[in-house]
Design a protein around this ligand. Structure first.
Ligand code: OXD
Length: 311
């Protein structure tokens, strides 16, 4: 069994894990011109391959994306349509996202950004926090990562959580909104917005002037999903007008974020360099190997990407 690794990241930890868990596998690393790497590929493990590259392996049995988001893969117009693609769902990736989301929801909920600002102004000024149970937290998207984050917030007493997605999803204790007709009412009850939608042509720029205007006044925005979900000019305008009081941004339409971008210096933007949740080979390889074993046994692993919907 031949496994081909295509990624800008160090292959060594993946190779160690795969060879340990699947001793019969031959692990090869893609390099242009390395003909032996390309021959008889059974499974591909990849992250952001060059557009057109995967078209060279139409005989592969599956492509495993080494991250949760498959937007970079699906933007490849030459993607072989007959090879199933699996997105990464892994407890460590999920735990990273839960930590990131819980951190920023608590931060904004308790106004820690306001206290930091008042410290710099030399102000000793306390105020009571709003009731946790009533705080309107809203998730754009309710996949694995958003669902796990919402459950962690529920465990902390957040009882007014809603989620919006294209198709209605049932999730205990979470108010579900679906489709364009319900987006406005979802936003109107949202004081802390978490964007965890997959990036598709339908969701690109979904946080824009019109949708930001529908949020509760003084809302906060948390984006660990994809930068292009947000129209940056619209968010900056909403921050400057006070409609949005603060934003925590982990992902950006262009990464690294260009040095001249106003987010770098905006006093109410909190940036991190796409670290909300990071794939760790030691944790993720086990799930991928389990997927390969299922395919070898004639079964279909979970988390297959729906090419039509783009996630
Ligand atoms: C992912 C990411 O999709 O890190 O997992 O962006």
């Amino acid at each position: 069994m031949n496994i081909l690794y295509i990624s800008p990241y160090d292959p060594a930890p993946w190779q160690r894990q795969i060879e340990q868990l699947l001793p019969q596998a031959r692990f090869r690393v893609w390099a242009e011109g390395a003909a032996d790497a390309a021959a008889d590929v059974d499974y591909i493990l990849c992250w952001k391959p060059e557009p057109g590259l995967l078209a060279r392996f139409p005989g592969a049995r599956a492509i495993f994306n080494l991250g949760a988001g498959v937007d970079a893969l699906l933007q490849d117009p030459a993607l072989p349509s007959t090879v199933p693609i699996f997105r990464l769902v892994d407890p460590v990736l999920t735990a990273g996202m839960v930590e990131y989301v819980v951190h920023w929801v608590l931060h904004f909920h308790r106004d820690f950004h306001g206290y930091a600002r008042r410290q710099r102004q030399g102000l000793w000024q306390e105020h009571a926090p709003p009731f946790t149970a009533r705080r309107g937290v809203g998730f754009l998207g309710l996949g694995q990562l958003a669902g796990a984050s919402a459950r962690a917030l529920q465990a902390l007493g957040f009882a007014n959580i809603a989620a919006w997605s294209r198709r209605a999803k049932a999730h205990p204790g979470i108010e579900s909104f679906a489709g364009d007709p319900e987006l406005k009412s979802f936003l109107a009850r949202t004081e802390i917005l978490v964007t965890l939608l997959p990036l598709t042509p339908a969701t690109s720029g979904i946080v824009n002037t019109q949708t930001l205007a529908c949020l509760a006044d003084g809302a906060c925005v948390i984006n660990p999903g994809r930068g292009a979900l947000i129209d940056d000019d619209a968010l900056l305008q909403a921050l400057n007008s006070g409609k949005v009081q603060a934003a925590a941004l982990d992902t950006f339409a262009t990464e690294p974020l260009p040095a001249e971008h106003p987010y770098w210096t905006h006093p109410r933007v909190f940036m991190t360099p796409h670290i909300a949740s990071i794939t760790v080979a030691g944790a993720a390889a086990g799930g991928i190997v389990a997927g390969i074993q299922k395919i070898e046994a004639g079964e279909m692993p979970d988390n297959v990407v729906d090419l039509q919907h783009g996630y």
